[in-house]
Write a protein that binds this ligand. Sequence first.
Ligand code: ZN
Length: 189
Amino acid sequence: MTAEQILEHFRQTNALLEGHFILSSGLHSPKYLQCALALQNPFDAVKFGRAIAEHYTNEKIETVASPAIGGLIIGFAVAQALNVRFIWTERENGAMTVRRGFSVKKTEKILVVEDVITTGGSTRECIEALEKYGAEVVGAASIIDRSNGAADVGVPRISLVSLDVPNYKSENCPMCERGDEAIKPGSRK
Ligand SMILES: [Zn+2]
């Protein structure tokens, strides 16, 4: 799957909107991303999972782990493609934590998978939660890299698509300057 094919799928499912949007941060952007919409059809999720897994077939990954909620579907799909187990981390009192009785072994080789990396914050927190148990996080992967390569999560990282998503304060927004109306899309993660 090429990056352009993936982007086309994102456009077709409305997971990627192009226009003039007010993000939840209040900033304006010509692009709006809602990855969950691209993963509604399990067949598509499986395809993305396989495309990520292809990068790790020689890495002896023992476990895939994802930060909930965004990483759950794609993480599951990657784990299925690699034929390894899948676990997740979630927030407890604000801190990313391994819960639900999931065990993490010392030196266990883990791949962390997310749908979208923006600043890399939740992936980084997921990695830290796993490293507390002595796990060896060998890499991090996402379908989309919204940081355009800038996010540093402390381990080698890949993404299927790198996307530059510029954003502007309303007073500096070139689309506002042109007089285009800004749209506030539905709820997002
Ligand atoms: Zn604007």
